[in-house]
Ligand binder design. Structure first.
Ligand code: PEP
Ligand code: MN
Length: 337
């Protein structure tokens, strides 16, 4: 971190600033000019609060030269992290994962959907039992009954199950039944929930917030990892822009950026990113070509009857076609699916 002070800063103030940073365990180099002074701080600067430093009236500018995250940082962990989800490996150089299933669990029909997505090549089943809906009058999810229906689907197919956790009071239920705990876009910055999930034993699928920067998203992963749970998979699901022809704007540039900045796996959700089943195939293929570690896709046998997100859900046959084509692209980029 580089800090410059204002012209005319008294010598005793400079000494105090120097001493303060040294007290925090940092090694400090001070460059004295005739008018201005510059401090170079080396060490673990993640603990420093830039805004607090700027509050000092003698401080002119503060600039970070390293990222504010360490657990997720590729700098301190060169190898790709491979996350184990009930025996399925996510990340690394070889195999891609495809997760399929309905937006919301609607009952035991999730067992049939599980069989269909498995036959199409999916290695995990998704299904929401606690739904973050914009309207309080919309279907809110089957809750525990939905989770139990997912458990039956896992028993019938062997597919690990992915479901969204919205509140701390359900952590025990998810710890018991769910293989991959999804933190949805709307809760990406629910820091209390992130801290609680950081204490969980199950791996976490952390979706990018509706309007969050990549750095904010990585900082949310950092919350979970700092709590002790290193098993985080990132998921890009589109961000809010001015565009109206799609539900969100799929930011595929995150794939190489996340790979450069972090060692965590990243998967793409083309369903929520586009909001339209017609665009799911092309965005799935583009995601695999870009180097994503997998896809999570909404699938429903009767999208027009789905209790949520039907417009972006693929019928099982179409999902099978997407997986078949994605496998071809995976081969071109040197991976298996
Ligand atoms: C979902 O996966 O069903 C969901 C609600 O996703 P997001 O949090 O990305 O909107
Ligand atoms: Mn959905």
């Amino acid at each position: 971190m580089i800090i410059s002070t204002k012209k005319g800063t008294p010598a005793e103030e400079l000494e105090r600033i120097l001493h303060d940073f040294e007290q925090k365990g940092l090694s400090v180099t001070m460059i004295r000019g005739t008018d201005y002074n510059v401090f170079g701080l080396v060490g673990d600067t993640t603990v420093l609060d830039e805004k607090q430093i700027r509050a000092n009236p003698y401080v002119d500018n503060v600039q970070r030269v390293s990222e504010p995250y360490k657990n997720a940082n590729r700098l301190f962990h060169e190898e790709d992290s491979v996350i184990d989800v009930a025996g399925i490996k996510v990340g690394g150089k070889e195999k891609l994962v495809v997760i399929g299933g309905p937006c919301s669990v609607e009952g035991d029909n999730v067992i049939d959907i599980a069989k269909q997505v498995k036959a199409a090549g999916a290695c995990m089943l998704r299904g929401g039992a606690y739904k973050p809906r914009t309207s309080p009058y919309a279907f809110q999810g089957m809750e525990t009954d939905g989770i139990l229906a997912m458990v039956k689907a896992r028993e019938a197919t062997g597919l690990p199950i992915v479901s969204e956790l919205m509140s701390e009071d359900k952590i025990e239920e998810f710890e018991q039944y769910v293989d991959l705990v999804q933190i949805g876009a709307r809760n990406m910055q629910n820091f209390h929930l992130l801290k609680a999930v950081g204490k969980m034993k199950k791996p976490v699928l952390l979706k990018r917030g509706l309007a969050n920067t990549i750095e904010e998203w990585i900082m949310s992963a950092e919350y979970i990892m700092a709590g002790g749970n290193e098993n985080v998979i990132l998921c890009e699901r589109g961000i809010r822009t001015f565009e109206k022809y799609t539900r969100n704007t799929l930011d595929l540039s995150v794939v190489p950026i996340i790979k450069e900045k972090t060692h965590l796996p990243i998967i793409i959700d083309p369903s929520h990113a586009t909001g339209n089943w017609r665009y799911v195939e092309s965005m799935s293929l583009a995601a695999v070509a870009a180097g994503a570690d997998g896809l999570i896709i909404e699938v429903h046998p009767c999208p027009e009857c789905a209790w949520s997100d039907g417009a972006q859900s693929l019928k099982p046959e179409r999902f099978a076609e997407v997986v078949r084509k994605a496998r071809e692209i995976a081969r071109v980029v040197g991976r298996d699916l």
